[in-house]
Ligand binder design. Structure first.
Ligand code: FES
Length: 77
């Protein structure tokens, strides 16, 4: 990974539509990064719970959870 490359989570937030207006996105990605570092094979329920401290008014959370699960599947954290 080079300095200018997007992190896997950044890529999956874009590809799944998990980032819309972007207001919540930094907090979601930082929470997801810490969560994936500690729980690389978590399920959707645990993933959603890990992000619960971040509020999103745009996505309904499903696309955000999709982004984290997709990043988990790619195996790069
Ligand atoms: S993408 Fe707009 S608040 Fe989450």
């Amino acid at each position: 990974m080079k300095d200018h490359d997007l992190h896997t989570l950044q890529q999956t937030f874009i590809s799944t539509g998990g980032a819309q207006c972007g207001i919540c996105t930094p907090g979601m990605i930082m929470s997801a990064k810490v969560f994936l570092d500690k729980h690389p094979k978590a399920d959707r329920l645990a993933t959603r719970s890990a992000l619960a401290g971040n509020l999103c008014r745009c996505t309904g959370y499903e696309k955000i959870v999709d982004a984290v699960v997709e990043a988990m599947g790619r195996g790069r954290r």
